[in-house]
Design a protein around this ligand. Structure first.
Ligand code: ZN
Ligand code: MN
Length: 140
């Protein structure tokens, strides 16, 4: 597992310390869209001496190399996504959980902008309440 991660990130441009490998391991296949604090809390269990700054610098380097997406879908804090393939997100405004939704087709521009504006990227963000939060709110 560790050797596979070392191979995958062999060109990442920073030293693969045990702490950083633990961060990479936590992110591998992670669909929970963790914040820096989430990553820190998970990895600090194993490496109590690790700092939040290490998480931030590691995530910054991963983002620069295109290994992770920085999401702004949660207005309270940056969230990270190791799935860099094109896809969209739905966020529960109550518990702030973020779920993946498949990429839709391109968004059609109105006639007035067709041929005037060239679309470089488009992204759909859906806000709502997850089933659990709907249930909690209904009980209130
Ligand atoms: Zn929720
Ligand atoms: Mn995602």
């Amino acid at each position: 597992m560790v050797s596979a991660l070392k191979y995958k990130y062999r060109n990442i441009g920073f030293k693969l310390t045990p702490q950083r490998i633990a961060i990479l391991d936590y992110l591998e296949g992670n669909t929970g869209h963790p914040s820096a604090e989430d990553i820190y809390n998970a990895v600090a269990k194993k490496f109590p001496t690790m700092s939040l700054a290490t998480v931030y610098t590691t995530m910054g380097a991963l983002r620069e190399k295109g290994n992770v997406l920085e999401l702004k879908v949660d207005p309270d804090k940056k969230r990270y996504d190791p799935n860099t393939a094109k896809h969209n997100h739905v966020i529960c405004i109550s518990c702030k959980r973020i779920f993946d939704i498949p990429a839709a087709g391109s968004i059609d521009l109105p006639d007035s902008l067709t041929g005037v504006f060239s679309v470089l990227e488009s992204y759909v963000e859906v806000r709502g309440l997850c089933l659990e939060c709907q249930t909690v709110n209904a009980k209130k």
